[in-house]
Design a protein around this ligand. Structure first.
Ligand code: GLC
Ligand code: CA
Length: 551
């Protein structure tokens, strides 16, 4: 039985605040800038915003290293600006979702500072281990960003575990005091009126007892011993029962390496502990698990990922739909084509927007921003990118290592949003933004697209509005056709009153299209498309069509 929940009718927008819009002219995005753009988001059809972290942070991992969970960073405008945004969003009928990052804190968090000095009750807030007599590290786990997962602390004279950057020590969730802190954080923001949480790498919070060595994984060593760990469901259930159930809010969990089957243990509507899940399978059609192991784009792999989540969650759980976020290069450069920029950006938009679930649009996606090719590593800001550049052994020459980042770096998605063709893309009035803008802003920007009715931005507006008007997207049944085609992605959604057929070409050339049995195109209404005068039997490069039949 499907529960009636408001988030199921909504479209969300993700803001990565440093690069969204600078409102005070210091070169970095902030909440004043967000406030200015609330109407822009509303016009786009957005019903809610997920904020990547906006808490006080030294910024070692773009804010995912939190130094104080119960405040807003002064450079983003502090609590005052946040409340203005919160009220401004609510006045417009929009929800606000915060990023909950509790697998780890910043090493500058007060808890860590006290823990390293063994000041109670913080002594066991983190995962500390003594040096081994053989001089080896406590285990063989890798961090996700910077070499080994253990760093020696001179103050405490012990190693601490960090699954991410050195400045991101992992919390010890087995300590009930730490779980009480998490509940305090949840209540704090919910009491203020926020509407939900995106839970950062939440499937990592329960580590296997004894932190054993990993002999399974060649890279990301250790992951089988902390991802979906032994007490994960117990802890999530505790957060739900003690806090979340008492508020009208939703949760969406980030979950690396998760299949739909495994996801149901978390998000089954009967007995799950959270509401939706950010899975990575849809991000792996051109790589093996991480963007740093690139492979040629494989349409079948992409289709398989989208379809399996549609089929397997149907009636049991609710999908989160996304094609971009702050952790992956831009989708047009990956699954689409920069040569067919406008066509492929529109096609990818319709490709995921008419599936069942709650869609998320990432900042800049709605104008088709593409990957970035800076000339020097000095232009990059991301800890993972910089570490990878300096340590990747496979790609030796400087040029090769830089090109590797052009393809794989998270910073591809983190350059400032291109608002106009003015200086620095209209992102900031400061002379130098905190991170350089992509030089293509002269032709790729929101202001230009606002003027052009045929733009990607207008297409997103239209597609989002259409999506909301179609009951079969919200309530219908998904069916994919020709799953083995390496050229086309075709699916339908159908309910008692209507059905739609979505036809997407991933070809760089014209391709033949045979209609699908049971779908008479002569009786259909073509409600969305990206070419002029489409021909029924032929698809132009990256063409997309959405047909509607009313019953
Ligand atoms: C998540 C975030 C990513 C961050 C990491 C560590 O994967 O999305 O940006 O670096 O967790 O917090
Ligand atoms: Ca600013």
């Amino acid at each position: 039985m499907e529960r009636k929940r408001w988030y199921k009718d909504m479209v969300f927008y993700q803001i990565w605040p440093r690069s969204f819009k600078d409102g005070n002219g210091d070169g970095m995005g902030d909440l004043w800038g967000v406030y200015e753009k609330l109407d822009y988001l509303k016009d786009l059809g957005i019903d809610g915003i997920w904020f990547s972290p906006i808490y006080p942070s030294p910024g070692a991992d773009g804010g995912y290293d939190i130094a104080d969970y119960m405040d807003i960073a002064p450079e983003f405008g502090g609590m005052e600006a946040f409340k203005k945004v919160l009220d401004g969003a609510h006045e417009r009928g929009m929800k606000i979702v915060m990023d909950l990052v509790v697998n780890h804190t910043s090493d500058e968090h007060e808890w860590f500072q006290k823990s390293r000095q063994r000041i109670e009750p913080y002594t066991d807030y983190y995962i500390w281990r003594p040096a081994r007599p053989d001089g080896k590290l406590p285990n063989n786990w890798d961090s996700n960003f910077e070499g080994a997962a253990w760093t020696w602390d001179e103050v405490r004279q012990e190693y601490y575990l960090h699954l991410f950057a050195i400045k991101q020590p992992d919390l010890n969730m087995d300590n009930p005091l730490v779980r009480e802190e998490v509940k305090k954080i949840l209540r704090f923001w919910l009491d203020m009126g926020v509407d939900g949480f995106r839970e950062d790498v939440i499937t990592y919070i329960s580590k296997k007892d004894g932190l054993p060595d990993d002999h399974l994984f060649p890279i990301y060593k250790g992951m089988p011993n902390y991802n979906h760990g032994p007490r994960i469901h117990q802890y999530l259930q505790e957060f739900k029962e003690d806090v979340l159930d008492h508020y009208d809010c939703f949760t969406i969990a980030e979950a690396p390496l998760v299949s739909p089957k495994l996801a149901l243990d978390y998000i089954d509507e009967e007995n799950g502990q959270i509401d939706m899940m950010i899975q990575f399978q849809c991000q792996c059609a051109d790589c093996l698990f991480t963007d740093y192991l690139p492979t040629p784009f494989d349409l079948r792999k992409m289709k398989q990922a989208f379809s399996s989540w549609q089929y397997k969650l149907k009636g049991r759980a609710w999908n989160a739909l996304y094609i971009e976020n702050h952790d992956h290069p831009r989708i047009v450069s990956r699954y689409g084509s920069e040569d067919f920029w406008k066509e492929s950006a529109k096609m990818l938009c319709a490709m995921y927007l008419f599936q069942q679930g709650t869609p998320f649009v990432y900042q800049g996606q709605e104008i088709g921003m593409i990957n970035w090719k800076p000339q020097s590593i000095d232009e990059y800001r991301d800890v993972q990118t910089i570490w990878n550049y300096h340590h990747s052994a496979l790609h030796k020459s400087e040029e090769e290592r830089l090109k590797r980042q052009w393809r794989s770096a998270r910073d591809n998605a983190r350059t400032p949003v291109q608002w106009s063709s003015e200086n620095n893309a209209g992102f900031t009035t400061a002379e130098t933004p905190w991170m350089n803008v992509n030089p293509n802003y002269t032709w790729l920007n929101a202001a230009q697209q606002e003027e052009d009715p045929d733009s990607i931005l207008h297409f997103y507006r239209k597609a989002i509005a259409l999506r909301k008007s179609l009951s079969c997207v919200r309530h219908g049944v998904y069916q994919e056709y020709r799953p083995l085609s390496g050229e086309h992605y075709i699916y339908s959604m159908e309910d008692d009153t209507q059905k739609i057929l979505v036809v997407c070409s991933f070809c760089k050339r014209d391709s033949n299209f045979r209609s699908i049995k049971g779908f008479d195109l002569n009786t259909a209404q073509l409600i969305l498309g990206n070419v002029d005068n489409p021909r029924t039997d032929l698809l132009k490069p990256y063409e997309v069509r959405v047909y509607l039949w009313n019953k």
